[in-house]
Design a protein around this ligand. Structure first.
Ligand SMILES: Cc1cc2nc3c(=O)[nH]c(=O)nc-3n(C[C@H](O)[C@H](O)[C@H](O)COP(=O)(O)O)c2cc1C
Length: 245
């Protein structure tokens, strides 16, 4: 086994007991990182639906059975309600307090290092663009619209956009979890993004859509598309979403 592989494996098999004797940022009494991202006051904020009367529910057994990675999508639009539903089931925050965030997905020690961005390609009532999901208020905030965004996103995903109606980008601000778990944080951060993508995959089945998880993307380009710095905040996992043919 090469040293490179050996070193990389260490991040997914950290020695948990060493944490108990380590001076984590929390033990040192440093300031806790902010729980949620904020956007400038004058950003365009769009409240999302919280009622889904047009969405015909399926059983959990049905959605688990029908889920497959989907890489070809019908040429159509998601409704605003459908996108709201996907965000609601995947990323919403049910409650939070000063030192804990409770979401639809579990997060290590309720530290919730994750943020979610959406590239809206074809969604009714929404202009194409990159949006940040404001998880504490269930709103979308417009981050950017620009010429040729579809090509830029496709390029950053190594040509895997595949005419999807939307792309979810699960990003991390690792300091939120490192604050408490230091060197053990990184395995847990990766697992969290998997939880989110799984919820997205199952929620998509409910609306006759499918998801393709994407790890094979250009890290620098995706982070740039999202306007995030790539060091203290970077992309962990992407997922294209679109209607079944
Ligand atoms: C962590 C992870 C990363 C993946 N990255 C990609 C990817 O970059 N591109 C892609 O087309 N599929 C990707 N996939 C999808 C897998 O190829 C797919 O899940 C696998 O072929 C099994 O098919 P199924 O999802 O239909 O069961 C990824 C899946 C996982 C779990």
């Amino acid at each position: 086994m090469s040293e490179r592989i050996k070193n990389n494996r260490q991040a997914i098999k950290p020695r948990w007991l060493d944490l108990y004797t380590l001076e984590s940022a929390k033990r040192k009494g440093l300031d806790r990182p902010k729980q949620f991202l904020e956007v400038p006051e004058d950003s365009l904020k769009i409240p999302l639906d919280i009622e889904f009367s047009n969405i015909k529910q399926k059983t959990l057994t049905e959605v688990i059975a029908s889920r497959r990675s989907l890489r070809e999508y019908r040429d159509t639009f998601l409704t605003f309600e459908e996108l709201s539903y996907l965000l609601w089931e995947t990323c919403r925050v049910d409650s939070f307090r000063e030192n804990a965030v409770f979401r639809t997905i579990p997060t290590a020690g309720a530290t919730n290092s994750m943020e979610t961005y959406v590239y809206v390609n074809k969604v009714e009532k929404l202009k194409a663009g990159i949006y940040l999901y404001l998880q504490d208020t269930h709103q979308l905030a417009l981050i950017k619209r620009e010429k040729n965004l579809e090509d830029i996103v496709n390029d950053s995903l190594l040509k895997q956009l595949r005419n999807a109606q939307a792309v979810f980008f699960f990003t991390t601000i690792p300091a939120r979890t490192e604050y408490k778990y230091d060197f053990c944080a990184h395995k847990m951060i990766a697992i969290e993004s998997g939880h989110a993508c799984q919820n997205l995959s199952l929620a998509a089945e409910v609306i006759d859509a499918g998801v393709c998880a994407i790890c094979a993307y250009d890290q620098e380009k995706v982070d740039k598309v999202l306007n995030i710095d790539g060091e203290e905040h970077f992309t962990m996992y992407c997922a294209t979403v679109g209607k079944k043919k």
